[in-house]
Design a protein. Sequence first.
Length: 192
Amino acid sequence: MGQANELDRPDDEVLPELPFKLAPRVTKADRLNDRTTLNRALSERLFLLVKGPVTGGRWDVPMAVLEEGVKEGGGSMRRTHEATVGRFLGEKFEAYVPSNAPVGMHWKVPAGGAAAAGAAAAGAAAAGAAAGGDVYGEKVFFYRAQHLKGRGRVVEEGVEEFVWATREEVGEYLPQETGEEKEYAQLVMDLL
């Protein structure tokens, strides 16, 4: 039998002939609905959500709050993102950042107008907005990181709870009580 014929065979014929047994895609964490581990929902992407003082007591993506001209890790917003991933997940967690540019941005306009513009801006793992009278609102920049190796345990102070959620599960956690929260949750879901 030629190599082309081998590649055309259906999986149900090839799998029994393999010299090893494939591991199941449903894990103990799936059966227990343990969302605090990366060893679950193996056929889907997982997204980190955190809750605690660092996110104002609500569920959200990990974030860094930056002041004007100050970037964690020094330099670019990407380096800030990489430093934030390390801060949240520890030095042994390795992640790949596929882009220098953010995958999205959300502009939070304060309800009270320009006078109520905040002194800092938050971002999903990296942000860049400035304090001051000439800034109107907060700019929230979203970056993506892909897990390469390491445990998915959150080590950041200020995080009381964390989950690794599938795209469908993310909506269960993000607050959606007001119109602004619904808009923000939809933006996050669209970026995933």
